[in-house]
Design a protein around this ligand. Sequence first.
Ligand code: FAD
Length: 386
Amino acid sequence: MSATLETDEHKALRAAVAALGRRYGREYITRTVTEGRHPTELWAEAGKLGYLGVNLPEEYGGGGGGVAELSIVLEELGAAGCPLLMLVVSPAICGTVIARFGTEEQKRTWLPGLADGIRTMAFGITEPDAGSNSHRITTTARRDGADWLLTGRKVFISGVDIADAVLVVGRTEDARTGRLKPCLFIVPPDAEGFERHPIDMEINAAEKQFELVLDDVRLPADALVGDEDAGLLQLFAGLNPERIMTAAFAIGMGRYALARAVEYARERTVWKAPIGAHQAIAHPLAQAHIDLELARLMMQKAAHLYDAGDDIGAGEAANMAKYAAGEACVKAVDQAVHTLGGNGLTREFGLASLITAARVARIAPVSREMILNYVSHQSLGLPKSY
Ligand SMILES: Cc1cc2nc3c(=O)[nH]c(=O)nc-3n(C[C@H](O)[C@H](O)[C@H](O)COP(=O)(O)OP(=O)(O)OC[C@H]3O[C@@H](n4cnc5c(N)ncnc54)[C@H](O)[C@@H]3O)c2cc1C
């Protein structure tokens, strides 16, 4: 895939990360999944090379870039078959929120570790009863002297087993109902009253999802990130990078699957010519390539707007990029599996398990339908049904 619209620095970053990804490759990730462990070696090396914190401020150990650079890192690792899902969460959401709204103390405590990968943070907003409707979240923080007591339940929270803390989205007691006025807390997983239960997912990935139960978890005053009255603006400072990074995750996975299919279609011959000569095989692969390129263009636009400080413009573009990339990924993976015929379903080629993994990009962090709702209402001004 050509690296258009990018600076020489971006192209160099892309090439360097791609080389790192190739050194580990898909076999490495498959091995870590089989062994039930995290890709810690790749995470550590990417951290040491400055890739994990490329978006974080230089004064706190980061690379001084933005989501544009971080999305290149995730896309290229994914295209090499080794996506690091926690990049979406740890440096992109948590790192960004702390860098933009955290106190000096929080920045000094967390950002250098998030940048070099020594520390990892998970992010918890989804709740069992609220689902896509974040305005219904009920995790509640109440004051107790100078402390906070946090109570609630979260589901599908990724990477809690390897996280040094979870950035939990709650609401304060005096804003318990109505339009969400979120507040964010840094919660250590060993805090009293904090339980985690793994959710048995049918996804072949090293990163696991957890249900969290918080029962009057006592937190010091400085666990609150930013202002308890800052509201949605502060939350979306983290959620827009999450959408852009999910697009990068999807584009990387789609490229990986497409490349395997193209290699196969060039060689596999069952009549006179390789199967890739049949347009019924070639055209859907060409379409998948076009869709991935288009999704990447929108992702680059979203990252550019976000890094330029246009949170509102970035919101629309990040939603559209996530939608386009999720759809492109699902189609590319599906067509890749089909191209390999029976081999598409073998463990040896390892493509079938991507069918489930690709669906994650359609569901999370905001589903396809909720993006279509957003565009219907916000971009087109159509009335709401809910
Ligand atoms: C692998 C994975 C990792 C995740 N990691 C995290 C994480 O780290 N942290 C975190 O906080 N969350 C995480 N999530 C949760 C994810 O963000 C949610 O699953 C997602 O937001 C959808 O919420 P839900 O599952 O409750 O679906 P629901 O809200 O119950 O939606 C179910 C279906 O109904 C549709 N629907 C709902 N409302 C409407 C409507 N108004 N109009 C049209 N259709 C509608 C949805 O599009 C969807 O298809 C993760 C999920 C997965 C699968």
